[in-house]
Design a protein around this ligand. Structure first.
Ligand code: GAR
Length: 219
């Protein structure tokens, strides 16, 4: 099996990166993590990637300031050098130019800790709590010029309780993130997903029988 060559872009902790690296370690996983790139030299995830024996590279974005295209030129050169075919963003907190997202359209995934299109952008957990939703979750989607938007590949839902804080909710959602991101990458790497307009469809998929209701009240 020819494994697709994947780069993961991070800015911080890298727990989604670690979940992808773990999944990709399986012999039958259709993708390999060929490179981890951080736009911050002190990202915790870099250590985790190195410890797993994955190639890492730091491309500091700060010196580029508002010159997004300048940063992306260096980034693209690194991706080319490593023959990267697919990109996974894992808590990568830097916006791209529309040109870069178009160049990688259909080949670049992002994960966001809400059920998009609800609560894009910063502090999605706080947004969910303030909106009082009873279900939230995580979304893996193709990257388009708009932030935290684009054809949805996979979502996972979790209940929200009256006692949740941004921290407890983010912890619960993170578990679902780690579950769905490797699955979504597997679908992309095996060519099972196709984009039809704004919508992503998955070959051989069906609706799950399960449903999730919240709140649950003891009586
Ligand atoms: C994750 O919760 C991810 O969904 C979120 O940042 C966190 C990164 O954690 N991404 C966004 O909010 C994108 N808008 P990680 O570094 O441990 O994977």
């Amino acid at each position: 099996m020819m494994k697709r060559r994947v780069a993961i872009l991070i800015s911080g902790r890298g727990s989604n990166m670690a979940a992808l690296i773990r999944a990709a370690a399986a012999a039958d996983f259709p993708a390999e993590i060929s490179l981890v790139i951080s736009n911050k030299a002190d990202a915790l995830g870099l250590e985790r990637a190195r410890a797993s024996g994955v190639n890492t590279q730091v491309i500091e974005s700060k010196p580029f300031g508002k010159d997004r295209a300048g940063f992306e030129k260096v980034l693209q050169a690194a991706l080319d050098e490593h023959g990267i075919e697919l990109i996974c963003l894992g808590g990568f907190m830097r916006l791209f130019t529309a040109e870069f997202t178009r160049a990688w359209y259909g080949r670049m995934l992002n994960i966001h800790p809400s059920l998009l299109p609800s609560f894009p952008g910063l502090d999605p957990h706080g947004q969910a709590l303030r909106a009082g939703v009873k279900l939230s979750g995580a979304t893996v989607h193709f990257v388009i010029p708009e932030t935290d938007a684009g054809p949805i590949v996979m979502q996972g839902a979790v209940p929200v309780s009256d006692h949740d804080t941004a921290d407890t909710l983010s912890e619960r959602i993170l578990e679902v993130e780690h579950r769905i991101y490797p699955e979504a990458l597997r679908l992309l790497a095996t060519g099972k997903v196709r984009i039809e307009g704004d919508v992503c469809k998955t070959a051989g998929s069906s609706a799950s029988e399960n449903f999730l209701v919240a709140p649950v009240v003891g009586r």
